[in-house]
Design a protein around this ligand. Structure first.
Ligand code: 8GP
Length: 716
């Protein structure tokens, strides 16, 4: 009865504080409790790593509180939700970012000091979550932070890879790849949801079945695996809004294949089941080159299917009519990687919810938007029809049906221009018949998003010209951004303090435009002096790191000239290295007396090459060979050094960017869709050396021509 329930509820409330407290002694108690009961160490004897684990768990508790409140709030309000589907998220570390966003970093630092620990030292214990390759994946991470901060009811969906992006080890100047088994020491930032699981099906056949006097298609799958949710709470800054990054892991399913256990080969039956886990085991390390591998396609469908089951379940909790779906659901496709979602929504609506095709299609056309991150042709996904037919036979039929209707419509609009029709078709009839995922995404999305103005222009005038002419209203762009919370507040605390002091407010941490207020102080010499001190401290930090990593001693009085990003021909690390060779040559050939005029320079290059990208790997070798030569030439000394920083990742970037004087963004114009590193350097007060490409064009407009110098050497 009700009486009994209310006694129970009252008792439960009586037993817990409404919210965990954040005064120093409450924090200390929580940390020590976690040392004892979570990490299972004695509170009288635990090391820095164990202290980090306990600390992280106490932060996690506070995240969970807010996360619960956020869920309850949005469940009640039932707003339209944003679902961001991405195969990659480069989150890096979570500790500092979380406590800063929760507004309790200083409280934690004080609490730890009394216990004999330094917050910064413990923060260094955390490994990176590197579930992504480069720009696209870090952008996803920044977007999650901003969506949370701006109070959006947003969800990120992705894959919980057991092996993140490979670790780069340099041996004899060459890159070697080592596995990143990042979960070895546990992950306090995720919550395993053993009850949030969905079956995901593959292979099999499609049969016709009698239904309501007609026929309908039924997919009889041949394999089933289970998707288990792992939730990563993402706290906003200055708000209680804490959203979810839900990542799926593959587990063997209980519902199928029990037959094999009856054959007597028990051991092999178990081992076979275990194979299901390979689906989410490893991140593909290819930056922008489509491989056409079955496992990759399986990963894509696995994460799309689980996410959509979850999204549709949430919708059905409070709605019964799918015509309301577009009012409640927005699906953002991060590149073409999740574009099977289009066929999957059609399949669920038509085959499982029994909507008629046209009604389902009307819904699909209202819910998807598609962001593209590259113009490189090798990045465009083309799934071989054979592969799709075997793995997802029903989806292939659906894609064919979508294409049939679309081409019929197209013929009415553009006539029988067969060249154009074949270019625009979702199906490519080449030597290998394949599905053009970008075409599928464009046809079915209401918006096709570029990541900077020039990128969007290139999409409209070149890459997707035919589509732009047909549907100009679909094409839009949102120039990329980065979160100042991670790229100033977390990574450059001294600069952060300086900015707040001179602006007289911390409001810029939520509203980046307020940084413009610093302009009023542009000529203030006191500010200049403080700024220089901040830079100096950051350079010292970086110099220590360089020495620890490579044994190379660099002078903090030299100019730190940095290029950090994935190694790619179009990004032109080679041009940078040739420039360094030239500089070396000039110094060598100079009169000794002229050398005093040379600004000493430390050139820093960092980045990973895709394991199969031979030229990129040779560029790394070249860089290390040139470094070897220059750094060991006593004649040149501190005038020039070259350092290749190994295993570039998010936390290395957090260390390098605040210490850079000059950074290079010298892609061949027309190739860098946006670039986001440029923004991170810029907001740390670094000079950019850049080509007019991607978002640099817009940066030029923002900073104004007074703050730049043009070097135009274009061929007329
Ligand atoms: C990158 C672009 O190269 C970069 O210019 C842009 O700033 C960034 O996306 C965010 O929009 N593209 C990728 O990282 C990319 O295409 N990666 C895919 C293959 C994984």
């Amino acid at each position: 009865g009700g009486g009994e329930t209310s006694v129970r509820v009252e008792r439960m409330f009586g037993l817990m504080d409404r919210f965990l407290k954040s005064d120093p002694s409450s924090l200390q108690k929580d940390i020590l409790d976690h040392v004892e009961y979570t990490v299972a160490r004695s509170r009288f004897s635990f090391d820095d790593f164990e202290a980090y684990q306990a600390l992280a768990h106490s932060v996690r508790d506070r995240l969970i509180e807010r996360w619960h409140d956020t869920q309850i709030h949005f469940k009640k309000k039932d707003p339209k939700r944003i679902y961001f589907l991405s195969l990659e998220f480069l989150m890096g570390r979570s500790l500092s970012n979380s406590v800063i966003n929760l507004g309790i970093r200083d409280q934690y630092a004080d609490a730890l000091k009394e216990l004999g620990f330094e917050f910064e030292v413990l923060a260094e214990q955390e490994g990176d979550a590197a579930l992504g390759n480069g720009g696209l994946a870090r952008l996803s991470a920044c977007q999650m932070d901003s969506l949370a901060t701006m109070d959006y009811p947003a969800w990120g969906y992705g894959l919980r890879y057991q092996y993140g992006l490979f670790r780069q080890v340099i041996l004899d100047g060459y890159q070697h790849e080592q596995p990143d088994y990042w979960l070895n020491f546990g992950n306090p930032w995720e919550i395993e949801r053993v009850h949030v699981t969905y079956p995901v099906k593959f292979y099999g056949t499609v049969e016709d079945e009698n239904f309501n006097g007609g026929k309908r298609k039924v997919w009889l799958p041949g394999e089933m695996v289970e998707a288990v949710a792992y939730d990563n709470p993402i706290p906003g800054h200055g708000t209680r809004n804490t959203i979810t990054l839900r990542l799926w892991a593959a587990k063997p399913s209980d519902q199928i294949d029990m037959e094999s256990f009856n054959t007597g080969d028990y051991i092999n039956a178990v081992v076979n089941r275990q194979r299901a886990e390979t689906i989410s085991s490893v991140l593909y390390p290819d930056d922008r080159s489509y491989q056409g591998k079955e496992l990759r396609l399986k990963q894509q469908y696995f994460f799309v299917s689980a996410s959509l089951q979850d999204i549709i379940r949430r919708f059905k909790d409070s709605h019964s009519n799918f015509d309301d779906f577009p009012e409640k659901v927005a699906l953002q496709l991060n590149d073409t990687h999740p574009s099977l979602a289009i066929a999957e929504v059609m399949r669920v609506l038509v085959d499982e919810e029994h909507l008629d095709w046209n009604r389902a299609w009307g819904i699909v056309c209202k819910i998807f938007s598609f962001t593209t991150h590259t113009v490189l042709p090798e990045g465009l996904e083309k799934v071989p029809v054979d592969l799709l037919e075997s793995l997802l036979p029903r989806h292939l039929q659906i894609i064919y049906d979508i294409n049939f209707d679309y081409i019929e419509e197209l013929k009415k609009k553009i006539g029988l221009d067969y060249d154009r029709l074949s270019r625009m078709s979702i199906v490519e009839d080449g030597a290998v018949k394949s599905i053009r995922m970008a075409n599928l995404a464009i046809v079915c999305s209401h918006t096709v998003n570029g990541v900077s103005r020039v990128h969007s222009e290139l999409l409209k005038t070149r890459v997707f010209k035919d589509f732009y002419e047909l549907w100009p209203h679909k094409f839009d762009y949102k120039t990329n951004g980065v979160t100042q919370r991670r790229w100033i507040v977390v990574s450059n605390p001294s600069l952060s303090a300086l900015i707040s002091k001179w602006l007289g407010t911390e409001a810029w941490i939520r509203d980046v435009d307020l940084l413009a207020g610093l302009q009023e102080q542009a000529a203030n010499v006191d500010l200049h002096e403080e700024w220089r001190m901040v830079r100096k401290v950051n350079k010292m930090r970086l110099a220590e790191y360089i020495e620890a990593m490579s044994g190379i001693k660099v002078s903090v009085n030299a100019m730190f000239d940095v290029q950090i990003k994935r190694i790619h021909e179009y990004k032109r690390q080679l041009l940078n290295i040739l420039g360094i060779i030239h500089r070396y040559d000039c110094i060598k050939n100079m009169e000794k007396s002229d050398r005093t005029k040379v600004v000493p320079r430390v050139c820093i290059i960092g980045g990973k090459a895709a394991p199969g990208y031979e030229i990129a790997k040779k560029i790394i070798k070249l860089c290390n060979a040139v470094a070897e030569k220059i750094n060991n030439d006593p004649d040149v000394g501190d005038l020039l050094k070259l350092v290749f920083i190994p295993d570039y990742n998010v936390s290395v970037a957090e260390l390098v960017i605040p210490g850079a004087d000059l950074s290079q963004h010298i892609s061949t114009a027309g190739h860098e869709a946006s670039g986001t590193g440029n923004m991170k350097f810029l907001m740390n007060g670094c000079l950019l050396l850049a080509t007019e490409d991607g978002s640099t064009v817009e940066i030029i407009e923002e900073i104004g021509e007074d703050n730049m110098e043009f070097e135009r050497s274009r061929l007329k």
